[in-house]
Design a protein around this ligand. Sequence first.
Ligand code: F3S
Length: 405
Amino acid sequence: MYLTGEEERILRGESGPALQKLMSILVALGDIYGAERLIPVGSAQVAGVSYKSLGDAGIEWIESLKGIQASVPSTLNTAGMDLNLWRRMGVSEEFADKQLRIIRAYRELGITLICSCTPYLCGNVPRFGEHIAWSESSAVCYANSLLGARTNREGGPSALASAIIGKTPYYGYHLDDIREPTLMVRVSAELSEESDFGCLGHWAGRIAESGVPYFTGLEAATGDELKALAAALASSGGVAMFHVQDITPESMRVSKSGVKTVEFEETDLKGTYSELTTAIGGRVDLVCFGCPHVSIEEIKRIADLLDGERIASGTRLWVFTSLCTKGIAERSSLLNRIQRAGGEVYSDCCMVVAPLEELGFETIAVNSAKAATYSPTVSKMDVVFSTLQGCVEMAMTGRVQLRGG
Ligand code: F3S
């Protein structure tokens, strides 16, 4: 890969060992993927924040970089706990100590402490065509598809390297060719909920694998529904970008000729709800919303459904969002309405990267296809995948309610 004189000097260690380490990550990636050079990025979003995924070796690695600073606006992905309310969540002192150490290490590197997988809803918003280095897979998929920004699915270390160096190797989704559709998906099923879009994403992601699906029949989709679609596509397959006819910014530019077409029908929708549900009945311990972090509109829907109601004793309802959205919810009295019903709203973290398996929960209900995919393996819990309303109803009864059952 071609390097400028300055990049060569950093790689030789003339600007210190920390920068040398990070430059060598970018150069190794560029060499592996055949990038011709490095290009500047407008922002970074760094995953590898939860102590659950990072571990002690990860903490030491981030701390070893002390003394250098991010050179582009950069935010973090979710941590393993609400950084203020972790005691209320039931997180242990030991986990919290490690988690706060990670956050301090990132702060020393000049990373903005927004811990969210929806940075585009709270200030880290790339321009159309801007090259960025993001690592949370759902945020990558959203940024490429809905905003027309350009990023590969970066790992935590390479996104951190880009945050500091301000560059990324020029390959993959930074190039026009890779952004062309590889699969046409005609949607004939009627979709009316974020979870329906999660089903579609889960189903299509498996077929598209690491390609680029192009959807038709979704002309009325909302931003929240497309957020759910992006997350599910990125978790069941390796999708980093999709197009939706007449909605996404590049859908008009790309060529669809000769691309294989599949159809998502009503039976696929129903089948995906059952496929993503592992619980067969009994109690629900925990109902979670916010994978990806909920928007203010989603918080409002949850608050409306909870008005005058009460969460069942022995069941908890957790809503995960960014600190910024939580602030707006508080000012709009939405937080208060959820809390009055017994619900809890947490920022900075989520149900997948929090140490739920240590908190004694056995069955979780979610309206996120991504959370339903990961909960049984990552958190060792049985899962019920349902609509937002279905999940609120389970929180109020404390009982598993299967869709259609
Ligand atoms: Fe976000 Fe956690 Fe889901 S990072 S997309 S809420 S797994």
